[in-house]
Design a protein. Structure first.
Length: 318
């Protein structure tokens, strides 16, 4: 009655305003640090061979590039001379670097795992950069990519269009048929995840043209309720966004490609894994109270035989 007469008002304490009870609420408890979702490394997943670079940073594999020739000859006739040809795969350390500056307040006051997360991020970024160069690198100061080797076998998809080609079911066997006899069986297909999904869901016509209600073309034994296996006619499929989705043909700029190959014939050579250096020295670091993190990787890669790989390019995702 008194509160009504004098106009007094009441207010419940809450958690939003610090002056109205919010200051009593404990600060949030930090869980584990959440990493960034990244692309999948194509060559590591496909089974590329890893070897160590020697201390001088250069490794050379001599190889036979052409064989001698045999001839039928008659009695007392001269055998024609022939000579095999040789070459080499020359791997020379390419330097890949990552540099990050950290304010020391982060190291002092943040979660103890903060620096570890940054180091992990640096390592993963470098690994994906190297993997991408192994696909499409131009050489020189970076790795020469598999797609840029003249010896890689090219395959044109069965259905050719002015603005992109369509990969058909028969192209699976046609690509495998282009591998040399020395490759008894390929070890992996490499393609984008969206491309693989499109192939697995493509169906034949059943009743009317283009109804796409018939059997699955790329996995005939698959039922409608079955999940697509991560393989294509018995060969593992590595699905990675490292594969380009910006290949061009005609007016199209969103095309992709598919690789098939014997990936142990791709050699990745490293000097160690990654060299990390943390330093607070130098005028800028000392004045700004910062720590510099630097990661250096020495790496190169190349094919024993480029013919162990088949490329089907300029493909429509669908």
């Amino acid at each position: 009655w008194i509160a009504r007469r004098v106009g007094l008002k009441t207010k419940a304490l809450g958690t939003i305003s610090d002056v109205s009870g919010g200051a009593l609420v404990q600060l949030p408890v930090l869980g584990e640090l959440i990493d960034l979702q990244r692309n999948l490394e194509a060559f590591a997943g496909a089974g590329a061979q890893e070897v160590a670079l020697p201390p001088n940073g250069r490794l050379q594999f001599p190889k036979l590039t052409g064989g001698s020739t045999a001839y039928w000859v008659g009695e007392g006739m001269q055998v024609t001379q022939s000579e095999p040809t040789t070459g080499n795969l020359d791997l020379q350390a390419k330097k890949l670097g990552v540099f990050v500056q950290l304010n020391n307040e982060l190291l002092r006051f943040a979660s103890p795992s903060a620096e570890g997360l940054v180091r992990h991020d640096m390592a993963r970024v470098a690994a994906l950069k190297a993997d991408l160069a192994m696909l499409e690198g131009t050489g020189g100061t970076q790795i020469k990519g598999l797609l840029t080797y003249s010896g890689i076998t090219a395959h044109t998809a069965t259905t050719v269009g002015a603005n992109g080609n369509t990969f058909e079911a028969q192209d699976v066997a046609l690509m495998e048929g282009k591998l040399p006899d020395a490759v008894a069986a390929p070890t992996a297909w490499v393609m984008r995840k969206a491309m693989y999904a499109a192939l697995m869901n493509r169906r034949a016509d059943a009743v009317t043209a283009a109804d796409q209600k018939g059997a699955f073309l790329f996995h005939p034994s698959r039922g409608a309720a079955d999940a697509p296996p991560a393989e294509l006619y018995g060969t593992k499929v590595v699905r990675s966004s490292q594969i380009s989705a910006t290949r061009t043909k005609g007016a199209s700029t969103n095309l992709t490609y598919i690789l098939l190959g014997y990936f142990p014939d791709w050699i990745v050579s490293r000097l160690g894994v990654m060299e990390f250096l943390a330093s607070g020295l130098g005028d800028s670091a000392l004045q700004n109270d910062q720590t510099y993190l630097r990661g250096i990787q020495h790496i190169d890669a190349g094919p024993r035989n480029a013919a162990s790989f088949v490329l089907c390019d300029q493909l429509i995702v669908g």
